[in-house]
Design a binder for this molecule. Sequence first.
Ligand SMILES: NC(=O)c1ccc[n+]([C@@H]2O[C@H](COP(=O)([O-])OP(=O)(O)OC[C@H]3O[C@@H](n4cnc5c(N)ncnc54)[C@H](OP(=O)(O)O)[C@@H]3O)[C@@H](O)[C@H]2O)c1
Length: 262
Amino acid sequence: MSDAFQATTAVVTGSSSGIGRATAIALAKAGVERLVVHFCSNQDGASETADALRENGCEPVLVSADLSLPEGRQFLIDQAFDSLGLIQTWVNNAGADVLTGIAATLDFEAKLRCLLEVDVLGTILLSREVAERMVNQADQQSSQQPAAMVFVGWDQALQGMEGDAGQMFGPAKAAVMAFANSLAQSTGPQLRVNTIAPGWIRTSWGETTSDYWDQRAKGQALMERWGSVDDIAKAVLYAADPANTFLTAQTIQLNGGFNRRF
Ligand SMILES: NC(=O)c1ccc[n+]([C@@H]2O[C@H](COP(=O)([O-])OP(=O)(O)OC[C@H]3O[C@@H](n4cnc5c(N)ncnc54)[C@H](OP(=O)(O)O)[C@@H]3O)[C@@H](O)[C@H]2O)c1
């Protein structure tokens, strides 16, 4: 990453917790001055993120929107462009949590439908429109460096993983990753589009999971540990950094090196 992160505006979807919050804070620390903290229902979490941004000299704009709904997506787009004007960085991180809380009790089909509505349809329909507007902005500001959009995928989506989690997160995240590559083909050179595909990252599910999954998460990384939300935030910053003008249409697997010896 360059010494000075040149973008001053950013949007991070799903930044009320986990990877999204860490990414928002990392962007603020890097020098982003105004950032949309998008969330769905976790108002307290979004406020916590906003406080951390202010401590780092970044002005937060809180926007609540359910991205599975057309009106939610439109609301976020309108609020983001109205409040930030020129948007230089857009991170598509929001994703349904079907592993903890009440959603964990749903059957396979209901969980899959939720992931398809939020992670796949929500992300694709939202980011198509956002990308078009970011490209138009770039056309009007011909001296600007290309804007950046970053998606969050999953490292095992294409290689496959046994069980319900693999069978529902696999197709959902593979769709997002495939879409991101096609969006990059559609929007260069005005917009750079990249994907960070995390491995086992210790967020809410990882904090409370069984010994088996704890051992497996550590064992499947050559670095022999869980990934942290900060590990992913650093990679998102790398992909979003305006100085990286030659980086687009890439998927970076951030998993501590998948351990094939496990
Ligand atoms: N943790 C991992 O090991 C891992 C690995 C690979 C990929 N990922 C992906 O990384 C992303 C972040 O994961 P995380 O672990 O940080 O999860 P998280 O803490 O549960 O954060 C998910 C975020 O998405 C938002 N969200 C959920 N449903 C939404 C909806 N219908 N509309 C709008 N926003 C919605 C949540 O908002 P509210 O809470 O405010 O409702 C929250 O801000 C997800 O896309 C996830 O699939 C995670």
